[in-house]
Design a binder for this molecule. Structure first.
Ligand code: ASP
Length: 541
């Protein structure tokens, strides 16, 4: 029996070589040819070509801000703004289109390609990382809110921001919120899970008193309702279970595993095409948002401290804490890793959606940061759904802010309640724009704060949500990077050669639950050592 420690192809099965430390490959466009010394002009050209997508994406955000400010003065009507934002809308549609095939296929093939023990071990480490980082992020949020005290500003200014047309999410009992989360993990209908999820709504029932027929009490009865919005958690759980089941089938499951593998590969090719459209889409998303904003001055004057609190909290977590954790474990430069993610981070900023960023994030970590496909395609969909460091941070700031606004002092137990519920509710937050505000109600309910102040949070969520989403996806990527490091370490301990020999030598009959594909992968590694195949040279082009 092979001791299949988490030996997932020593990190080289991703796309040939882990090239995290090679800056020329920052966006996977690096030219592998090394020639005679280059002139400065050539070097510059080489640099631009190697980092073209990153340069285009970052420029798109900056240019988008300027275009937005310029067009804002033109005083466009609502309809004109919608037309103006059309290229951005198209990007979101393209990314959304790819989510279901990507998540389902990558998880089925990921789960099927891993030994259940390795799967459990990887999953366990990932969950631990997600939990710890989310708790740290929540703590940063609370500390920032206590230091900056955003809720002690002029309350009158803020009251003007309570907009009548703002849809404040309906408050749910805390228990119902958690039960809904569990219900969504087990969707009753897989097809409808692709576009609907379950939520509790309440019906009031008058119950007459048996002794006094004129007196009655009103009972709030929870009832189920399917609402628009993909139940990605349910799809993830199903896809993983299905992958494990396919692996258990052994040879019989091979065809279907191959099917999901190639479906997955084809989807990633589509993603690489969409990536080149991303800069244009992001530019228009940012510009249209700026044109659409009502009174930015008023928002900043009244909610500026809250915004600053959230943004600083996100910056501390994203620029210091996450890189530090990565560095402590791997001793590698965490900012080189971060550089490889720029395109995905800019997309997160532009779209405010972790789910929509998922396809590009997979491409970035695989092609720029040397994370193997098995790890990225298994861990990133889960991370994009359950790991929301940015959301936990801003939810904590928002909860303390609302308490301060209402003059409610928070004691130690309430602060701990905020930390724990923020961590839990960030798991339930959907990776969509404003997903976190919806679950913020859970935290407010748990410590008895008024939920109607959510309209204030919603007023500036278009901005806070952007940095929040960037941190959400950054946390997932570092999680994938760390897992890759652990896997590499395990396999180097074992000795790569020894591993291959052991996989090759294994008697299939002695391992009835293993997938035939795994053994083939063992052979594949040896072939890979001989040189990459043309199809592995998949690039963004
Ligand atoms: N927009 C965030 C995301 O997609 C979720 C949130 O609103 O916190 O990750």
């Amino acid at each position: 029996m092979v001791d299949e420690k988490i030996s997932i192809g020593d990190g080289k099965m991703s796309n040939g070589v882990a090239h995290q430390d090679d800056p020329t490959l920052a966006n996977g466009l690096g030219d592998h040819k090394r020639s005679a010394p280059e002139s400065t002009g050539q070097k510059l050209k080489h640099f631009v070509m190697a980092n073209l997508l990153v340069i285009l994406t970052v420029s798109a955000v900056i240019v988008g801000v300027f275009i937005g400010l310029g067009v804002r003065s033109a005083g466009l009507s609502r309809t004109q703004i919608i037309y103006f934002g059309f290229p951005g809308e198209l990007l979101i549609r393209l990314l959304k289109m790819i989510i279901i095939p990507l998540v389902v296929c990558s998880l089925v093939s990921g789960a099927a390609s891993l030994d259940p023990k390795a799967l459990g071990k990887l999953g366990g480490w990932a969950m631990l990382f997600f939990l710890v980082t989310t708790l740290i992020s929540s703590t940063i949020g609370v500390i920032m809110a206590f230091i900056i005290k955003p809720g002690s500003s002029d309350g009158q200014k803020m009251s003007s921001l309570h907009q009548d047309d703002t849809q404040v999410p309906e408050a749910k009992e805390v228990i119902d919120s958690f039960l809904d989360l569990i219900r969504n993990i087990f969707p009753s209908n897989l097809v409808s899970a692709a576009f609907q999820s379950y939520t509790t709504v309440y019906k009031n029932k008058n119950i007459t008193n048996s002794t006094n027929l004129t007196a009655f009490t009103v009972e709030k009865i929870p009832a189920g309702k399917e609402v628009d919005g993909m139940n990605i958690l349910g799809l993830i759980v199903f896809a993983m279970a299905f992958g494990v089941a396919l692996r258990k089938l052994g040879e019989e499951g091979e065809i279907l595993i191959k099917f999901f593998n190639s479906f997955n590969e084809a989807t990633m090719v589509l993603v690489s095409w969409i990536m080149w459209y991303a800069p244009l889409g992001i530019m228009f998303l940012v510009a249209a948002k700026i044109v659409e904003m009502e009174d930015v001055g008023l928002l900043f004057a009244s909610l500026g401290k809250y915004i600053i609190c959230c943004v600083i909290g996100h910056a501390i977590h994203g620029i210091l804490v996450l890189p530090l954790i990565y560095f402590l474990f791997t001793r590698k430069n965490p900012y080189t890793f971060l550089l490889g993610l720029v395109t995905a981070l800019a997309t997160a900023f532009g779209t405010s959606s972790s789910s929509a960023t998922l396809p590009l994030m997979m491409k970035c970590v695989e092609e720029n940061n040397g994370v193997s496909k098995q790890i990225s395609r298994f861990i990133l969909p889960i991370g994009a759904t359950v790991n929301m460091d940015g959301a936990a941070c801003f939810q904590c700031v928002a909860a303390v802010f609302i308490a301060q606004l209402n003059g409610i002092p928070l004691d130690f137990v309430q602060v701990i309640t905020i930390l724990v519920t923020a961590t839990a509710s960030s798991v339930g937050a959907a990776g969509i724009p404003a997903g976190g505000v919806l679950t913020l109600a859970i935290i407010l309910e748990s410590i008895g704060l008024p939920t109607n102040d959510l309209s204030l949070i919603l007023a500036v969520d278009w901005l806070v949500d952007r940095t929040c989403t960037v941190i959400n996806v950054e946390g997932d990527a570092y999680g994938a990077g760390l897992l890759q490091y652990f896997v590499d370490r395990e396999s180097s301990k074992e000795g790569a050669e020894l591993n291959k020999v052991r996989v090759e030598k294994e008697d299939p009959a002695s391992r009835p639950e293993s997938s035939p594909l795994i053994e083939k992968q063992g052979k594949l590694e040896l072939e890979e050592a001989a040189g990459p195949k043309p199809c592995e040279e998949e690039s963004f082009m």
